[in-house]
Unconditional design. Structure first.
Length: 466
């Protein structure tokens, strides 16, 4: 059931500064049409990410004040470790300052040049960390997950036939482990079913391979299993999450998502050799094994957040708020991936702006126009983020979808603010053919969408034609 109102009271507020359209034009141009470079105080509603942008609870703030800042074996670490072990069930709990650090540690210790890492869909930092090792990040999403408008319950499921084809093509020796991202961020925040988790686990273990979860939004995934999969309706979120992880051998986690914290992450493993190799790297790069680049107060806040994220009322409201935004967009005729996911609505820029080819980044155009028209910041998940060269053919490959993600921070925005977002999205759709494509002026070698500079095709200062 959708929670009827916010399951919390507001104690502290932050002022939103009103910025004129003229100033937004200037800021967008100065930022090279890269929304990451817009100052946050010039954004009305910031849906760039749900990572580290949540509002922490009074109990989390209290935990910050009582954090133990001892260098080694602090009490905050012991609480952190025991909380994670009780929920995730893995032997080794290795803290890191955020999720991509955990990914970097895992892949550095276990992935070699020429290896292949299958996943339902790798997100940007996961893909970059795999490719930085000279390996192939292989997406094996099911066909349902590639259809934006198919209203299926578990569009994040990994396709076992594609996984089997990968093992046949590359050989098991080149595949160190299999990954599952829950929920599937790049595919619209869509959940993975327990049946699929069990099947992927059985497939991997039959071939002597481990299953590693990208567990950033595990509680949201457990909620979808509870609501949509037969046999789970009466189960608690915690018990469903524990069952999910029992079928794996470890996980990477950004605690900035379902840890309800502003910073932090961790890596869990059962394998002693892998854990030792990772811990050696951790000491070199992040810090002592019982703090891993985090202050004791951050460890304490994450431990508390992992308890709070399991609350049924919180998840009913959280995912209901995202669904409500989707219903409003539907009413306004804005195309997006159906059904809505757990943490975000993913707009279909290919459908909204069919005149702009993938080579001119239609999703980035939509994102820039959304800021220009409404001061709303979103993020492109399309060709700017995921265009890549096929490792077998050398051809340039564009992703199947050109998406704009409206990621809703946890416990931050009201229904009224999200209604404003929906209205501004509709304005951008109405601009239609007046919107121009973008071209790259400069880009880095990896993760280009974070720092790239662009301009409207053919030059000029405006992405919207007069």
């Amino acid at each position: 059931m959708e929670f009827p109102f916010e399951p919390y009271r507001i104690k502290v507020v932050e002022r939103i500064r009103w910025v004129s359209r003229e100033e937004r034009v200037r800021l967008l141009h100065d930022a090279g049409y890269n929304i990451f470079k817009i100052p946050s105080d010039a954004v009305y509603v910031d849906l760039l990410t749900d990572s580290g942008t949540c509002a922490m609870s009074d109990l989390q703030w209290g935990a910050l004040m009582t954090g133990d800042e001892a260098y080694a074996c602090s009490t905050s670490f012991l609480v952190f470790r025991d909380t994670i072990r009780s929920l995730f069930g893995y032997k080794h709990v290795i803290p890191a300052h955020q999720g991509r650090a955990a990914e970097g540690l895992l892949f550095t210790a276990t992935v070699n040049e020429g290896d292949v890492v299958p996943n339902n869909i790798h997100f940007d930092t996961t893909r970059a960390n795999v490719e930085f090792r000279g390996a192939i990040a292989l997406d094996c999403i099911g066909e349902e997950g590639l259809d934006p408008y198919l209203d299926a319950p578990f569009k994040g499921d990994l396709d076992l036939a594609k996984l089997e084809k990968a093992f046949a093509k590359y050989g098991p020796d080149r595949i160190p482990f299999v990954m599952l991202t829950v929920t599937n961020n790049s595919g619209g925040g869509q959940p993975v079913s327990m049946a699929n988790i069990k099947a992927v686990s059985a497939f991997a273990r039959a071939r002597g391979k481990r299953l590693i979860f990208d567990a950033c939004r595990f509680a949201e995934n457990a909620w979808f299993i509870q609501q949509r999969e037969p046999g789970y309706r009466g189960r608690t979120i915690e018990s469903i999450a524990q069952e999910m992880f029992s079928h794996g051998d470890g996980c990477t986690m950004s605690a900035k998502k379902d840890g309800l914290a502003n910073i932090g992450g961790f890596l869990c493993l059962n394998d002693d050799e892998w854990a030792q190799a990772v811990t050696n790297l951790l000491i070199l790069r992040e810090g002592f094994p019982t703090y891993g680049g985090l202050a004791g107060r951050d460890l304490a806040a994450i431990a508390q957040g992992l308890h709070e994220v399991l609350d049924q009322d919180y998840l009913d409201y959280r995912i209901g708020q995202v669904a409500r935004l989707g219903r409003r967009l539907d009413e306004l005729g804005v195309p997006f991936i159906h059904p809505t996911g757990g943490h975000a609505v993913y707009l279909d820029a290919k459908a909204a702006l069919p005149h702009i080819p993938p080579s001119q980044f239609p999703a980035q155009v939509f994102t820039a126009a959304l800021y220009l028209e409404g001061g709303v910041r979103a993020v492109e998940i399309g060709s700017l983020m995921f265009e890549h060269t096929d490792p077998d053919t050398g051809e340039l490959v564009h992703p199947a979808n050109e998406l704009v993600r409206l990621a809703v921070p946890r416990r931050v925005y009201t229904h009224t603010q999200l209604d404003y977002v929906a209205d501004r999205c509709a304005e951008v759709v109405r601009l239609g053919s007046r919107l121009r494509g973008l071209e790259i002026l400069w880009q880095p070698p990896q993760l280009r969408h974070f720092t790239v500079r662009l301009q409207p095709v053919g030059g000029g200062a405006m992405v919207v034609e007069a």
